[in-house]
Design a protein around this ligand. Structure first.
Ligand SMILES: [Fe+2]
Ligand SMILES: [Fe+2]
Length: 214
């Protein structure tokens, strides 16, 4: 299958039609990703496709995800295996993307989108690209998810103004600044719920000195 928005919509439906919540979340993420891509001179086409497909791994059970990742020798960390197996849905989703789409039609585009899907949960072992960061941020600031997060929040992000509106009015100046706020919120919520926050999130901005302005 060629890597187009229309084909991505079909693949999204194929995997998530039974999970309307996740399906509509993916569409909202794509809308936010489009805005962020336009602001950052990143391909809107790639941002929308990666955002539409970022959660297709959620169509699998934890065991299926683990087995699929193991079969492709994808690196899995202790946190992903023992504490929060659902965190593998990015890596597993990237393998589903690989199965559905034809790499030969545009290998670089294929690799960029696959990496964005794989890294959207908690970053990657290598550097996050601007596309990766856009999908990560969009996933976390789409309106319904932010509303849900705010209701669980312990103190920060209590404001009614959304992160997206702060990006749009220039109050948050870079994707990295936004990622810092998102990670801080995740840690606060994990602490409140007395669960461990995925330690891999600290890799998202590691070894990254290129500030991307919004
Ligand atoms: Fe996800
Ligand atoms: Fe998501």
């Amino acid at each position: 299958m060629d890597i187009t928005i229309n084909n991505a919509k079909e693949v999204l439906k194929k995997y998530l039609k039974a999970n309307k919540g996740k399906l509509y979340h993916s569409i909202r993420v794509a809308k936010v990703a489009k805005i962020l891509a336009e602001k950052n001179n990143v391909s809107v086409d790639e941002a929308v496709i990666a955002a539409l497909l970022h959660d297709i791994g959620k169509s699998m059970t934890n065991q299926e995800m683990r087995e699929l990742c193991a079969s492709r020798e994808v690196t899995m960390y202790d946190f992903e295996i023992f504490q929060s197996p659902g965190a593998l849905h990015g890596k597993a989703g990237a393998i589903l993307f690989e199965k559905e789409f034809n790499r030969n039609s545009d290998p670089e585009k294929f690799d960029r989108i696959k990496h964005a899907i794989s890294s959207h949960v908690a970053g990657a072992d290598d550097k996050m690209s601007a596309l990766d960061k856009i999908v990560y941020v969009a996933d976390n600031i789409e309106p319904e998810k932010e509303k849900k997060n705010n209701s669980q929040e312990t103190g920060i992000q209590k404001q009614t103004e959304t992160l997206l509106s702060k990006i749009e009015n220039g109050e948050i100046e870079s994707l990295d600044d936004c990622i810092q706020i998102i990670i801080e919120g995740k840690k606060q919520r994990a602490k409140k719920r007395e669960v461990e926050c995925n330690p891999l999130v600290d890799n998202i901005l590691a070894n990254d000195d290129d500030e991307i302005s919004l």
